[in-house]
Write a protein that binds this ligand. Structure first.
Ligand code: PMP
Length: 422
């Protein structure tokens, strides 16, 4: 069997039993409150919807046609302005940016064009699960380094999950090509601090590694924490590709507008791949995102900015859901950023596992199936964000999405209140 066939077969088996797909199917069949799905169920801001509507109905009919393959000119121009400011580097819209069909396609294109078969790529666990499939489809080898929680007595926080510097360094071999860094992190909500990023950047420089900085949750930061961009560290610009997503930043996940930002020698490889495999991303949504970013740039970091309004609102939702979860016996790990809360289920496991089956399924997966069936609440098992070898580290956790309407959160509260009463 040729490699491609083997990969396709293994993907087929894996996806047929994929816990996320199984749980979401179960949830939609029995009408569960779904906090497993990782996207908002509320409306985007009016101004971006308006921009799309004007792009679609205005006089410029060219917005209904193909645009520049490497990125719609209006969008790459404003992205260059925004990220020049954020990275303190003067970006060239033609050479340093590629717009993609969501950050997902950017990641996939990086794996297909810059990563090679046999390359080793370091993933920090828990990792955004598509990384693994994308790398394996390319014949590359994910190498896993887990974050572990320490208790400094200040309660459970995503900041307390850390990597061991020596363990990270010893994961590097002469085959290591890259490290994928996701900050803020899905699922944990960890926002890597300057010291941690410095350790990662030192490693990248020392071993000549590429850094894929997946920063799609860059504006979803809580408690006045700071999102630090590794591309702005000394000697990192030339070896970093930063990914962003309008889906996350403007709450329009269905528009699938993303971007890759980096030095010319890396972006050019991506542009060539994109031209050959994807060609052009949709024009209308790129135009509308450009208009929204033009509005955002002069008010970045002010209370008028949508990015600030959104993160403030999400912080409130995070706090409420953490409280509801804690009242029901979960132990929420408070995220500093992102869309998700990881919660420890140890205290409620015995009750949920009364009719435990004898399958080989991970404890957290059995719990999630039980929760969706018995409690009509859908959450995701943490084990889907870990390698097999490190599954023992995560079986007492689940991931819960809080980027939901107040109505959905109240429905979850009712379930959790009833849960704690029983
Ligand atoms: N990276 C991470 C960490 C994500 O969580 C997601 C979406 N869930 C993506 C990338 C993909 O982003 P997009 O929707 O823009 O394709």
């Amino acid at each position: 069997m040729c490699t491609n066939h083997a990969v396709a077969k293994s993907l087929q088996t894996r996806l047929a039993n994929d816990p996320m797909l199984v749980l979401n199917r179960m949830a939609s069949q029995n009408g569960s409150v779904n906090l497993g799905l990782g996207f908002p169920n509320f409306a985007p801001p009016n101004h971006i919807v308006q921009a799309l509507s004007e792009a679609a109905t205005g006089n410029n009919h060219m917005l209904h046609h193909y645009t520049r393959p490497y990125g719609h000119p209006r969008l790459v121009n404003i992205l260059a302005n925004v990220y020049s400011k954020l990275l303190s580097i003067t970006l060239d819209p033609s050479d340093h940016i590629l717009t993609t069909i969501g950050a997902f396609q950017g990641l996939s294109s990086i794996c297909q064009s810059i990563i090679y078969p046999g390359d080793e790529v370091i993933l920090l666990e828990p990792f955004y699960s598509p990384y693994k499939n994308m790398l394996e489809m390319r014949g590359a080898v994910p190498v896993y380094v887990p974050l572990r929680p320490y208790d400094d007595g200040s309660g459970q926080s995503s900041a307390n999950w850390v990597f061991d510097k020596k363990e990270l360094e010893s994961a590097v071999t002469d085959k290591t090509k890259a490290i994928f860094l996701n900050t803020p992190m899905n699922p944990l909500g960890k926002v890597f601090n300057k010291e941690e990023l410095l350790e990662i950047s030192d490693l990248c420089v020392k071993h000549n590694l590429l850094c894929v900085a997946d920063e799609v949750y860059e504006w979803l930061i809580y408690d006045r924490k700071q999102h630090v961009r590794i591309a702005s560290f000394p000697n990192m610009w030339q070896r970093t590709i930063t990914l962003g997503s309008a889906g996350k930043s403007f709450s329009v996940t269905g528009w699938k507008v993303g971007w890759c930002i980096g030095p010319k020698h890396l972006i050019q490889v991506l542009q060539n791949y994109h031209f050959s495999a994807i060609r052009t991303s949709p024009t209308l949504t790129q135009e509308a995102v450009a208009v929204a970013l033009e509005k955002e740039l002069p008010i970045l970091y002010t209370p008028e900015s949508y990015f600030q309004t959104l993160s403030k609102e999400m912080e409130g939702k995070r706090n409420r859901l953490c409280k509801y979860l804690d009242n029901a016996g979960f132990k929420a790990i408070i995220p500093d950023g992102g869309y998700y809360i990881v919660a420890d289920i140890s205290n409620i496991l015995p009750r949920s596992q009364e009719n435990r089956d004898i399958s080989e399924e991970a404890t957290d997966y059995r719990f999630a199936k039980w929760a969706v069936t018995e409690k009509k609440l859908c959450v995701l098992p943490m084990s889907i964000f870990y390698s097999e070898a490190h599954r023992y580290l995560c079986e007492k956790y689940v991931r819960i999405c809080f980027v939901k309407t107040d109505d959905t959160l109240e429905k979850a509260k009712e379930i959790l209140d009833e849960w704690s009463d029983s």
